[in-house]
Design a protein around this ligand. Structure first.
Ligand SMILES: C[S@@+](CC[C@H](N)C(=O)[O-])C[C@H]1O[C@@H](n2cnc3c(N)ncnc32)[C@H](O)[C@@H]1O
Length: 215
């Protein structure tokens, strides 16, 4: 049994052992994330990573955006499916940890297609004039509603946008939440549900993934 399998609860272990195996580079990256970072639970992890890979493989996107690189696990999962001439831009603000994703991106076969930027996501979204086929938003929950407003004009028909952690450990069921992040995630889910330009579904995978497709 591997390092991760030993630590997993029984059902997660079953799910993990009945899905395609994890590429070696991702296994190494996941392990190093657990060894070297103080908040390893932030990593997308195996199941979500598989989902991101499959979506990307089905879409073969030319232009991907990720908000919240952390150690680069989801970046590499998303990169797996991109078009041959595709690119992925991934943003983070944590300079101290940047050595880790940089190391794994350089080692990967997508090194020249991954654009890792240390930049605040709101600043990037206000400046960019690019359109994205596939977007994964996984950072800075208190700005989620603003990210939705900013990303919408940067999508086109068929674009897919995913927001992670939209169940917020079940706190979205609180009627009058005190926590700002809970208020904003509720606002985001409401905004998306009312937006006729997108169709969407909240997948109850891990902490909830709001999955949107622009009509
Ligand atoms: C949950 S982690 C991302 C996990 C990653 N997507 C993965 O799957 O492994 C969130 C990351 O967002 C970054 N972050 C926080 N605020 C940000 C901002 N304003 N702009 C860009 N990144 C930000 C944090 O430094 C952190 O590394």
């Amino acid at each position: 049994m591997s390092f991760f399998e030993e630590k997993l609860p029984e059902m997660d272990r079953y799910l993990e052992t009945h899905a395609s195996s994890e590429p070696e580079i991702l296994r190494k990256l996941r392990r190093e994330t657990y060894q070297k970072t103080t908040q390893p639970h932030m990593i997308s992890g195996y199941q979500q990573g598989r989902l991101l890979t499959i979506i990307s493989q089905m879409m073969q996107p030319k232009n991907i955006l990720e908000i919240g690189t952390f150690t680069g696990y989801a970046t590499l999962c998303l990169a797996t499916g991109m078009a041959k001439d595709g690119k992925i831009t991934t943003l983070d603000v944590n300079e101290d940890l940047a050595y880790l994703p940089k190391k794994y991106f350089a080692e990967s076969e997508y090194a020249s297609q991954i654009h890792f930027r240390l930049q605040d996501a709101k600043e990037f979204l206000r400046e960019t004039d690019e359109f994205f086929d596939l977007v994964f938003i996984d950072a800075d929950k208190e700005n989620y509603a603003e990210y939705f407003r900013l990303i919408k004009p940067r999508t086109k028909s068929g674009s897919v946008v995913m927001f992670d952690n939209v169940l917020w450990y079940g706190k979205v069921l609180e009627e009058n939440p005190k926590q700002k992040s809970t208020q904003v995630i509720k606002e985001l889910n409401d905004l998306i549900a009312k937006d006729d330009d997108f169709e969407n579904l909240i997948l109850p995978l891990r902490d909830g993934l709001n999955f949107l497709r622009r009509k």
